[in-house]
Write a protein that binds this ligand. Structure first.
Ligand code: HEC
Ligand code: HEC
Length: 436
């Protein structure tokens, strides 16, 4: 009896500790409200969370229903590569990446030593940080489709809670900010008052702060508890991790960094499984993307940005997309910037056999991923040095997939591991993304 109540107390303390970690600052709370607010889209039918869901993703694998992947649940459920916008029949041409751990991407910059671009947000890094990123989707015609910053600010004005919080946190007065109808008046919009720019910026800042919170950066996957010495990999996960790291085998860690680092005080910073650089891994075109007349002109990633193209006469950056974090990757199909791969098994098979399997014309062919791969969407700058012909056996491919499944957060909830019972806090509660 006594033992039981002690256990009960322990569990209670542990769940309290994990909840404390999830506690949000006032600014992050505001960011959460904004992130989930559909009123900030043209037809009041879409929020950031529509495409980067905070709710658990519906998976076939029942226990994983407990964990959010911060992607579009429609993509996961139906395997659709892209998301619908606020307007009917509008969609973009890129797969929504997870917002999980995006806060760890450094500011977009040129690394002199390595001679390459690093960091930023989006598949092509065009937003330098989370704040600049968050200013985009509201005004993107394929996403939330609002006509102007001013019209977004006018929607903010409607909300009593926002009026209170913007004043409390930023001393910005929404009540006296000028109003404009969402019905586009170009002449008027051109005269955007300074107050609008400032409020819009702080709205994005609050969203960025929320994305830096533990909600998106939990560090409580099985991998983290193994790193902290609290539990062990199964033999197949262990084998997969070794292959992932082995330069002569999977070589995944060459780009998806798997080694922990340390801060100035010597505390462990677990890896987020990306070095935030850009590469062309030779993705085939995805002919399943709807409304995509531009299929013949595929998304050229980093090199497709006018600012980069102006500096890159030789086209060295063409076809390169950002190395994405692999944390929670089991929850976020489909894979790649155009969502051409339906499963982790497929993308690992692609890394292994891209250059050896054979050829099929496109990804609607029944032989896709079985008897062949289509040609790369962009054949300039395809990486042949580090991937494409890895010589892995089918068992080795399976092991790498098994390892990647240890990167799913909330392991105490789904792992059924008596060494890490439900409610166990993250072993790395102090690790926080850099302030932007
Ligand atoms: C209609 C679906 C949709 C909506 C709504 C949406 N996003 Fe996205 N998000 C995407 C897609 C698609 C991309 C990739 C686009 C690209 O790279 O050009 C993306 C990229 C991102 C990224 C970059 C992640 C990384 O690692 O590079 C962040 C952060 C993000 N979105 C946050 C937000 C926020 C904040 C909002 C609300 C203000 C929002 N998104 C609204 C679909 C959406
Ligand atoms: C040379 C660098 C490099 C190496 C080596 C590498 N990757 Fe990647 N990885 C990338 C890039 C770049 C992307 C995004 C490419 C795109 O979408 O065009 C990516 C994307 C992925 C994705 C999909 C991410 C998402 O959010 O959709 C997975 C899964 C993945 N890699 C797993 C692996 C595995 C497993 C290995 C080893 C077998 C590996 N990678 C080796 C650079 C690399």
């Amino acid at each position: 009896m006594q033992k039981q109540s002690a256990t009960f107390l322990l569990v209670l303390c542990l769940s309290f500790a994990s909840e404390a970690r999830e506690a949000l600052t006032d600014e992050q709370q505001l960011g959460k409200l904004l992130f989930e607010d559909k009123n900030l889209s043209l037809n009041r039918n879409q929020s950031c969370a529509s495409c980067h869901s905070l709710n658990p993703v519906q998976q076939q694998n029942a226990f994983l229903n407990l964990v959010p992947g911060f992607v579009d649940p429609e993509n996961v459920k139906k395997g659709s590569p892209v998301s619908s916008g606020s307007l009917l029949h509008r969609n973009g041409i890129l797969n929504a990446p997870s917002v999980g751990y995006a806060a760890f991407s450094p500011l977009f910059h040129w690394d002199e030593e390595e001679g390459l671009y690093v960091g930023g947000q989006f598949w092509n890094g065009r937003a330098s940080n989370l704040i600049e990123q968050a200013k985009g989707p509201f005004l993107n015609a394929d996403e939330m489709a609002m006509p102007s910053e001013w019209s977004v600010v006018s929607r903010l004005k409607e909300n009593k809670e926002y009026r209170k919080l913007f004043w409390q946190i930023y001393r910005l007065n929404l009540a006296t900010a000028p109003y404009i109808s969402h019905k586009n008046n170009k002449q008027l919009i051109a005269k955007k008052p300074a107050a609008v720019t400032e409020i819009y910026h702080h709205m994005a800042k609050a969203i960025g702060a929320f994305e830096q919170s533990p909600v998106f950066n939990k560090f409580n996957s099985k991998f983290d508890y193994v790193l902290a010495g609290k539990t062990k990999f199964t033999p197949i996960e262990e084998k997969g991790f070794a292959l992932f790291n082995d330069e002569k085998k999977g070589n995944c860690a060459a780009c998806h960094i798997s080694e922990a680092s340390r801060d100035e005080d010597g505390n462990i910073i677990p890896p987020v499984f990306t070095d935030f650089t850009y590469d062309n891994i030779g993705l085939p075109r995805n002919v399943n993307i709807p409304n995509n007349p531009r299929q013949e002109q595929p998304n050229s990633g980093l090199g497709g940005r006018t600012d980069i193209a102006a500096l890159d006469a030789e086209g060295y950056e063409t076809g390169k997309h950002k190395v994405m974090s692999l944390r929670n990757i089991a929850l976020t199909p489909p894979y790649g910037h155009n969502g051409v791969f339906a499963t982790l098994e497929q993308i690992v098979h692609f890394y292994n056999t891209r250059d050896t399997l054979g050829w099929v014309s496109d990804n609607q062919e029944p032989g896709f991923a079985k008897s062949g791969w289509p040609a790369p969407e962009i054949d300039q700058n395809v990486n042949h040095d580090e991937l494409g012909n890895l010589g892995l056996t089918p068992d080795e491919e399976k092991a790498i997939v098994a390892f990647m499944k240890t990167l799913t957060d909330d392991y105490p909830k789904w792992g059924r591991d008596r060494l890490v019972p439900s409610g166990t806090p993250s072993p790395f509660p102090e690790v926080k993304p850099p302030v932007q």
